[in-house]
Design a protein around this ligand. Sequence first.
Ligand SMILES: [Zn+2]
Ligand SMILES: [Zn+2]
Length: 378
Amino acid sequence: MPDKRDYYEVLGVARDADGNAIKRAYRKLALKYHPDKYDGDKAEGERKFKELAEAYEVLSDPAKRQRYDRFGHEGLRGAGVHDFSSMGFGDIFSMFEDIFGGFGMRPGGRGRRRSRGLDLETEIEIALEDVLTGCEQTLEFERMDLCETCGGNGAKPGTSPTRCETCGGYGQVQQQSPGIFGMTVRVSACPRCGGRGQVVTDPCGECDGTGRTRRKRQLTVRIPPGIREGQIVRCRGEGEPAAGGTERGDLHCYVRIRPHPFLTRRGQDVVCRVPVTFSQAALGGTVEVPTLSGREEMDIPAGTQNGDVITLKRRGLPAAGSGRRGDQCVQVRVEVPRKLTSEQRRLLGEYAKTENADVAPERTGFLDKLKEYFGAKS
Ligand SMILES: [Zn+2]
Ligand SMILES: [Zn+2]
């Protein structure tokens, strides 16, 4: 789930818009970005069209809309929202048949049966430490599933669907009309069975004859080490069942990595900043630094400067395939005391008297250069 816009904004409706207003807004915009109509950049049009479909799927479903209103995009994790980015136009048109049906626009062939079910999407959030080792996460999500009562055929137990007589079980009907070059044949979905080829005379009470019910599913997903933000872990066959076919769609888990309080990822390396005192930097010593696998002591050489970077080899993240780890880069920040006790002031005063070119070569060099420059000018 890459960063998403607000669904109300996408559809251009108020937050309290009713179902009809949402439907009207969606229809208007979807027709504007319809692949056959949109004149602008094709890829941009497709992205908009899919963004609209997703917004409409959520806002037109009271349960999903409520979750979105309360918790935003976050709340839709596992709610059974389809992954429109992986979907073809044909699938989107058949999902919202009631919207597009009246316009006679459904590229990809009317009544075309899918052999594979639709893909669903969800999000998985993991800690940065999990990227190091890989992890398993159990997630719960909702999906449309074959009805257990009727086994998915939509007929009341004890009865079975019968072959549609209108289309003879083909799901499609042909219409012939005279044209310039002879008879033109138009093939369209059978109006009686809606392309299924079968009709249910005695519908199953559990699913109202649709053959599908919404069910919760628990699944343990294995996240491999080295994964990056926004990558997809694809769970084969965990999406929705196909209408007539056997192969289920997939579940796409978009991986999000929680920000770490100390460590920032930079490719395979991790970066952190560690404050040290003025005397630690001057005298050298050891400081404790946070790493992906706990605290670690790190040596600071005497004379460390503010901004110096110390590299802890192989404390970074593993490469996806090889497992070879990056480094941890620790940037030292020297903290100059803002407040001193009188004792500290006295000691530093004593120290200051000893400062000379050996103690601060850069400062001395700077002063010499300054004198030379302005001396020459005046
Ligand atoms: Zn049923
Ligand atoms: Zn039929």
